[in-house]
Design a binder for this molecule. Structure first.
Ligand SMILES: [Zn+2]
Length: 90
């Protein structure tokens, strides 16, 4: 990690869907700001498509971004969004 990315917000777990959506929104901001890039091949769907009209895009949703300054990779994983039983940090 570098000075640029060690301060980014991280979530230990998501207790409610709102937390996850906040995280996704935050990742989107990081990408928009230009310091991070989404690794689309490692991610299950585009950031703006985690929620669809039918619910969640997938049972397990993964988004991977990397810091363009130092190459550090950050992963946001949520499994079974319906029950929010398990997840890991950004
Ligand atoms: Zn960095």
């Amino acid at each position: 990690m570098c000075d640029y990315c060690h301060n980014i917000q991280k979530w230990k777990r998501f207790n409610v869907p709102k937390d996850y959506l906040a995280c996704i929104e935050y990742i989107q901001q990081l990408v928009t700001n230009g310091g991070f890039e989404l690794l689309e091949e490692e991610s299950t769907c585009p950031l703006n498509q985690v929620k669809t009209e039918d619910g969640w895009a997938d049972e397990i949703m993964v988004h991977v971004v990397w810091c363009k300054h130092c190459g550090q990779v950050f992963t946001c994983v949520v499994s079974s969004p319906v029950s929010w039983s398990a997840c890991s940090s950004l």
